[in-house]
Design a protein around this ligand. Structure first.
Ligand code: ADP
Ligand code: MG
Length: 230
């Protein structure tokens, strides 16, 4: 569904993403792991259209994404959350969600998602009055309100405790079942990624060094030396 072909991005002399190719299938839950500075956020920025690649191409359902703005890509079904939160701080929870809901012409699943992510009793609260975890969950629901084909989550469990992280994993599985959209999930928490994802892509120094099921990834010697550091 989402296909990357030889995608690269350099910032001056820094090769942040190198020759990355993969296919994200409809409804799949894909993890993206790698050390700090591996290029994970840059890759998400390239897919969402915030950055233009220096080489390579991307398609969504066969449609070339080259030249499409971040806004156009969101309308085509590519939604994302940010490593550093970007909710509208002075808008209410409901207004934050409605901005996306109306942009997309109304996504049928939104009310159920609001309940699933524990925001039903907080709709009138200002976003900046929410706990950090609730702000992260709000960003996810806002992404879902776009009715996406793929939802990319940049470190959704960052700052969450073990219990919150487990609940987030269960809710993301709910999203995959109910919304049927593909999830592309970056996180440092290996347990979270390993239990959540069907397949995992490992980046190191901008390049894909491994791809496979959680079990294949944990047994891959390249991954063990590059990422797990053991
Ligand atoms: P990750 O998310 O895996 O930690 P990033 O994608 O944020 O990694 O960064 C990958 C590399 O690209 C790093 O070396 C980082 O310093 C560099 N980089 C990222 N964004 C920029 C930018 N806007 N300008 C210059 N260098 C950048
Ligand atoms: Mg990052």
């Amino acid at each position: 569904m989402l296909e990357l072909n030889g995608v690269s991005k350099s910032f001056g002399g820094v090769h942040a993403v190198r020759d990355v190719s993969f296919v994200l299938e409809q409804g799949e839950v894909r993890g993206l792991i790698g050390p700090n500075g591996a290029g994970k956020s840059t890759l998400v920025n390239l897919i969402s259209g915030l950055l233009a690649p220096t080489a390579g191409s991307m398609t969504l359902d066969g449609l070339p994404l080259k030249g499409k703005s971040a806004h156009q890509r969101a309308r085509l079904g590519i939604a994302r959350t940010f490593q550093n939160l970007r909710v509208f701080p002075s808008l209410s929870v409901e207004q934050n969600i409605d901005v996306a809901r109306y942009a997309a012409g109304g996504a049928p699943l939104v009310d159920a998602a609001i309940a699933e992510f524990g925001l039903r009793d907080k709709l009138t609260a200002r976003a900046n009055a929410l706990s950090y975890g609730d702000q992260r969950r709000l960003e996810i629901v806002r992404g879902l309100a776009l009715g996406p084909k793929v939802l990319m989550l940049d470190e959704p469990a960052a700052g969450m405790n073990e219990e919150e992280t487990a609940a987030l994993g269960a809710s993301l599985r709910w999203v995959q079942r109910e919304a049927g959209c593909a999830l592309f999930v970056i996180d440092h928490d290996l347990k979270f990624i390993m239990t959540l994802c069907d397949r995992i892509t490992v980046l190191d120094m901008g390049a894909v060094i491994a791809e496979g099921s959680p079990q294949e990834i944990t047994q891959n010697p390249k991954v063990i030396s590059a990422y797990l550091g053991e």
